[in-house]
Design a protein. Sequence first.
Length: 269
Amino acid sequence: MDLQLKGKTALVSGGSEGIGRGIALVFAREGMDVAICARRKEPLEAAAAAIAKETGRKIIPITADLTKDADAKAFVEKGHQALGRVDIMVNNAGSAPGGVLEHLSEADWAQALQLKFMGYVRCLRYVLPIMVKQGGGRVVNLIGNDGVKPSYWEIAPGAANAAGQNLTKSLAGQYGKHNISFCAVNPGPVRTERWAGLVGAMARDMKLSYEDADKLAPSSIPMGRIAEVEEVANLVAMLASPLMHMVNGTMIEIDGGQEKSLMDRLRDR
């Protein structure tokens, strides 16, 4: 199927590694030019160079810390200037610390909301006027399934994700009249650079070895494994396609049918 993405443009936050890099790569393979941002300059530029070399597309690296409003504005404005227009905005940057309530500090809660939620708000504040002016666009927010499948160990990420899901649905209602549609992709566990850190934290909190925690991870997923980056990126590309423009205000889980988090399953052992 032709996704009709050739010649279109996108901004992808958190594009230096993991899911964001995977999305930028799939977009470029579909014939798109992409601006990506991340906080660390060297890995960001390396990712952009590698994607451009493989695909021959224009990949613009823009260093930005989306906890800062000025950086979010600069990312959107520089990306728009370099690409000429913004057909698709993918909000992906950010993560939130896991842990139980009694172990989470004020700083942990602030971190959860500042990047994972407010980073999305900041980018949208600047990209939506551009999309309105050009006559339409598409927003895909990468959020997380613990916003709709709560876990006691992921209470801070879950709160940030629930806020992001509410934001997605609310803006879908507001901006549909401008031919701008929104959807949220809610991954469960995905094998990224961040996964090792999550497994380590789970092992520590549940007093397991890293190896045992990693083996137990798929036990919460009926498919028997965690998702790969390419699977998430392919879903995002499909949802970003003009063919899917009427999919508005929709949230899609990509978690293999996960019903309980790993930590909840370990607690019940």
